[in-house]
Design a protein around this ligand. Sequence first.
Ligand SMILES: [Zn+2]
Ligand SMILES: [Zn+2]
Length: 374
Amino acid sequence: MENKTTTPKEICGCVHLHTKFSDGGCDYNTLIKAAASAGLDYICVTDHMNLAGKDAGFEGRHSGVFVLVGYEHNDERQRNHYLAFGVPQTAEGATDPQDYINRVREMGGTGFLAHPAEKRVSTLDVLFNRVIGFLAHPPEKRCYFKTKPPYNWTRWDAEGFDGIEIWNQVSDWMEHLQGLRSFPRLFFPNRFIGDAPRELLDRWDEMNRARFVSAIGGVDAHSLKFLCGGITIYPIKMELRGVRTHLFIDEADWSGDGTAAKTLIDAMKDGKGFISNFSRGDARGSKIFLRDESGAVEYPGRPVNDLSLPATINIELTQDAEIKLLRNGAAIQSTFGNAAAWPVTESGVYRIEARKRSGAWIYSNPFPVGQYPL
Ligand SMILES: [Zn+2]
Ligand SMILES: [Zn+2]
C-alpha cells in the first residue's frame, strides 16, 4: 500500500447550501461571491429534489471557488433528508429512504443522512407568526417561521449510506429559537451555533465500530427570510462563517476541473479531515494525524496505509482549545492547549474533539485502528 508521508493539501468549504432553485433566498452568483469573500475553497449546493444548478452549468470553478452541485432528497412526509453527490440525475420517484439510498449508489453517487437528529419545537409559530408575522405578510410569500416540523431521520434500519451530517448549523440555530431566548440568536446567529447532538455522535461512534461511516458538517444555508421576505435574518455571508468541512486531498487531484468534483466527493465519502465552527476560531491549518513507528502517516478517515501499533495521534491546532481523544465514543485523554501527542496501543475507533469557550470547535473524522468489528 502507498505510504503517504508528505503533507496533503487542506481544502476548506461549506456543505449543504440552498439556492433559489429550491427554497434558498439567494442565487448562485450571490452564493459564489459570498463563498469567495469568505475564502472558501469549495461549496456544495444541495437544492431540494433538483440538480438545476448543474443543468445551468454552475458546477466547476468560479472566482477561485469550486462549486459542487448535489441535491437533497426527501420522502413523501418531508422527512429522511439525504444529501446526494456525484449523481447525473435525481432518484426521481423514490419515496422510501432505502430506495433512494440504493438509487444514489447505483448511479455511482455518494450520500449522507442530513440533519438526522433534528428536533424542533413550535414556539416559533407563536412568537413569530401569530404575534408578529400576521401584521406584515402577504400569505402567498414564503415564510420561514410558519410551520417547520423537525425533518429528522427515522429509518435507522436503512443501509448503504456513506456518511452522516453530524453537525447542521442552521437546524441547530432554529431548534433553539424559543421564546425570549430567541432575540440574541436572531441578531447574532453565529454566536449561538450549538454542539453536534450528543445522541447522534453516540450513534455515529457505534456505527463506526462495524463499518466506516464518514461525517460532514452542514450549513443548511437558506439565506433565511424573516417576515415573509422583508428582512434577511441569517444572510449567506454570515451563514458561510460557521460550520465548515476541512478535507485533506492530493493537490494534483484538485487543480484540474476534470478531477476536482470526484476528489471532493471521495474525500467527503472517506472522511479525510475534520469539521470546525469558524465562528469559534479559524481552524484552517490545523493538523490531526496518526503516525506509527515506521513513520507511516494517516489522516482521519478511511485508512489508506497499513499501520502497525503502537502509534501516536498528533494534534496541532491553530488556537488553544480543550482537546479530547475519544476511543469507541469514550474520552480517554484530554488537555488544554494547541497541541497533543497521545499513544495508541490498542485497536478501536479514535477521534478528536476540541472545544473553545465551552462550545464545540472541531470534530475530527474517526481513525479506525485494527480490523472490523472494532
Ligand atoms: Zn433538509
Ligand atoms: Zn437542506
